[in-house]
Design a protein around this ligand. Structure first.
Ligand code: HSE
Length: 427
């Protein structure tokens, strides 16, 4: 019988769910897989978690060093989140000979390069299935299979909170704020929910996928990252009328020899599987040279599904040992500079309803070589405002030119700025 001793730091939503799942599954794992796994100590800075832990039968401490310095502990499960002290704990534990399981996307996306190099040098394993798309076995599938199918692009919904919010707005016409409050109650939002709303959590996750798929982490500050904070019920409604749905997408794709990475809301065709990903679900659409398209979908956030990913990491680490990825080593991959985007756009102008307005807007667009695909002006009768929405879809154009046009249009006295601009992904 293979025996492993485990220490866990961080008893939040995921930590609690993991401890319950661990207790439930331990006898089965012992009997069927011949593995004797023991969580010998759990730690959280909040002393109130002592009762919770001890009721489940796990010895508790508020001092992480009791776990890090305990030579009998082989595996550290880090579920604190954030950069520090998580990084410090992981580095010290690696140096003490422990293997690591973490769900920490913020940490891996910014410090993964250093942490993976160290683990590699010390011949220690790191597993991080829970860091991206929760219970969906994505990290394992990419590392063990898809990577070898030569990945061309990833289009993904990687944040459960924003997907839940957009779904609530679309289906129940509630405001973004109301939907966010619901997401918080469900325990899916980050402690600092602006990480979800502003697209930063999706950025962290797509960066980890970039490393796995293309061998290199992008520089987070250089990635185009926009959240859903400016998406209104009106935009969702107009997009639907036009046959689209608005989703927060995380995209990484090869364009010639470069990788383009970006996170932003986008209009996507309603009949695409990504558009049908609702609520807390995440979906990942991967196009490869060898196997064409792969589609993953499942619960992307929440204590139980994330705990499941941690548990599966634990089993695979104990049974297979080493890492299934290699750290960045002289990768020749280059990331495409921002501002080179070539896309279709949804534009919503608020304009005075009088003759010549459309002509003025169209002239500015035409002067910059931007071709209009469709225009709809919305009825004025029920609107108290002097300004009426005009919805325009463009053909493909350079984003630089579109931004120039938007600036000029927003300076027109007949326009109430800012004009709304959302990219359209044709998929
Ligand atoms: N806040 C994250 C989300 C949690 O909503 O996706 C899972 O990583």
């Amino acid at each position: 019988m293979l025996t492993r001793k485990i220490g866990l730091i961080g008893i939040g939503t995921v930590g609690k769910a993991f401890l319950k799942e661990f207790r439930r599954n331990k006898p089965f794992v012992k009997k069927t897989l011949n593995l004797d796994l023991e969580v010998v100590k759990v730690c959280d800075i909040d002393p109130h978690l002592k009762n919770f832990s001890q009721e489940l039968g796990f010895p508790f401490t508020t001092d992480p060093q009791e776990i890090i310095n305990d030579p009998q502990i082989d595996i550290l499960i880090e579920l604190i989140g954030g950069i520090n002290p998580a990084k410090k704990f992981i580095i010290s534990s690696l140096k003490k000979g422990k293997d690591i399981i973490t769900a920490n996307k913020a940490l891996l996306s910014s410090e993964g390069r250093e942490i993976f190099q160290l683990a590699y040098k010390l011949k220690r394993a790191i597993r991080f299935e829970a860091s991206v798309a929760s219970a969906i076995p994505l990290i394992k599938s990419i590392s063990e299979v898809l990577k070898f199918a030569r990945i061309k692009s990833i289009y993904a919904i990687l944040n459960g909170t924003t997907n839940f919010i957009l779904t609530e707005m679309q289906k129940h016409k509630v405001s973004l704020f109301e939907a966010l409050e619901k997401a918080k109650k469900k325990g899916i939002a980050e402690r600092n929910s602006s990480l979800d709303i502003k697209g930063i959590d999706s950025l962290h996750k797509i960066s980890i996928l970039c490393f796995l798929c293309f061998g290199k982490f992008p520089n987070l500050e250089e990635v185009l990252t926009e959240g859903i904070e400016k998406i209104s019920l009106q935009d969702i409604h107009y997009a639907e009328e036009l046959g689209f749905r608005i989703k927060l997408l995380a995209i990484a794709k090869k364009i010639k020899k470069e990788i383009e990475v970006r996170v932003h809301p986008a209009l996507i065709p309603q009949n695409h599987p990504l558009a049908e990903t609702n609520g807390v679900y995440n979906s990942i659409f991967i196009n490869t040279e060898v196997g064409r398209d792969f589609f993953f979908s499942g619960l992307g956030a929440g204590g139980k599904p994330t705990a499941l990913a941690v548990f599966s990491d634990l089993l695979s680490l104990v049974r297979e040992g080493s890492n299934f990825f290699i750290p960045e080593r002289g990768s020749k991959v280059n990331f495409r500079k921002r501002g080179q985007l070539y896309s279709r756009y949804y534009l919503k102008f608020l304009a005075k309803d009088k003759p010549g307005v459309l002509a003025k807007i169209s002239k500015i667009l035409a002067d910059l070589g931007i071709s209009i695909a469709s225009v709809t002006q919305k009825e004025t009768a029920t609107l108290k405002s002097k300004f009426v929405p005009i919805i325009m879809l463009t053909h493909k154009t350079k984003e630089k030119d579109l931004n120039k046009a938007k600036e000029k249009i927003d300076r027109l006295p007949i326009i109430k700025p800012p004009t709304q601009l959302i990219r359209i992904e044709e998929l």
